[in-house]
Design a protein. Structure first.
Length: 287
């Protein structure tokens, strides 16, 4: 007999009541109760029976069930210890699911899912979205596709273009590592408890190579961080505020052929790359 669909209000409420669960606001717990949304997330992740999937924060198994029903082998990392036993019950019919108790920001991900390539699919807590996504990208894990449900406003920042109010260091970082796109918007009514904001399902295709050539990623992200540290100031002043020396700034801007009176939010990835490479060259010339 097929297991009941968890992504329904009555089923979710039954699970919460049966296991005496109270939503943990500190962990940003909002349980999805819309099976249509689950199906669309699975579709966005292009799940096939051959796929290995890392899920972050499976909760009571709502999205996990959808992934397993599509045939994927899933490793779910759950921080809330009291949910581990619950997941053992709600996902008992799915042998290809393994639940790990741990903090995704602290565990050795490669040890938990030692696949040559896998996808990440998750309904991420709003309060910790950026640290999780940046950890996954910066560690150069063998991820082919990253599909996450996050706060709509954060998703808009990740896909923002130069010159827009949402464009910032997060936009540059995500677009350096991936090709991001918002697949669809999810209303608050799709969750219990209903959050105060809309959510967005963001699909990020991991780039095999960055879209620009930088000699030092460390210098690149140092420049990016500095350029956005004081958004209302000119690029020259922002770089100075970010720890760069005045003489170095002048040389960097000259070599990169960028006007110092511009603001950081007007620079494209190629501009940041040119500035960073100019800085790297300066450091190298000093020996």
């Amino acid at each position: 007999m097929k297991a009941p669909c968890i992504a329904q209000r009555d089923v979710t409420l039954h699970i919460l009541k049966t296991f005496h669960l109270v939503m943990n606001k500190k962990l940003g717990q909002n349980f999805l109760i819309d099976s249509h949304v689950v199906n669309k997330i699975v579709e966005a992740a292009e799940i096939t029976p051959e796929d290995k999937v890392l899920e972050i924060g499976p909760g009571i198994g709502t999205l996990t069930q959808g992934l397993a029903e599509a045939g994927a082998s899933v490793v779910g990392v759950e921080l809330d210890k009291k949910l581990i036993d619950v997941l053992g019950k709600t996902l008992a019919d799915y042998d290809q699911v393994r639940i790990v108790h741990g903090d995704i920001l602290k565990i050795d991900i490669s040890r938990e899912i030692a696949a040559e390539s896998y996808k990440v699919v998750a309904n991420l807590p709003y309060y910790i979205t950026t640290p999780i996504i940046m950890k996954l990208l910066e560690e150069r894990l063998p991820i082919s596709l990253l599909v996450t449900m996050i706060q709509k406003e954060v998703a808009l920042r990740m896909i923002a273009s130069p010159g827009s109010k949402d464009y910032g260091a997060l936009s540059v970082a995500v677009q350096y590592y991936t090709e991001p796109e918002i697949v669809f918007i999810v209303p608050p009514a799709s969750f219990i408890p209903a959050p105060a904001v809309h959510s967005a399902v963001l699909r990020c295709r991991i780039r095999k190579m960055p879209p620009i050539a930088v000699e030092s990623e460390r210098d690149f992200f140092k420049v990016v961080k500095a350029a956005f540290c004081q958004r209302r100031k000119t690029l020259s002043n922002s770089l100075k505020g970010g720890g760069f020396e005045a003489n170095d700034i002048a040389t960097m801007l000259d070599r990169a052929k960028i006007e110092g009176q511009r603001r950081g939010e007007t620079l494209a990835l190629a501009d940041f790359g040119a500035l960073a490479n100019a800085y790297t060259a300066l450091i190298r010339e000093r020996g």
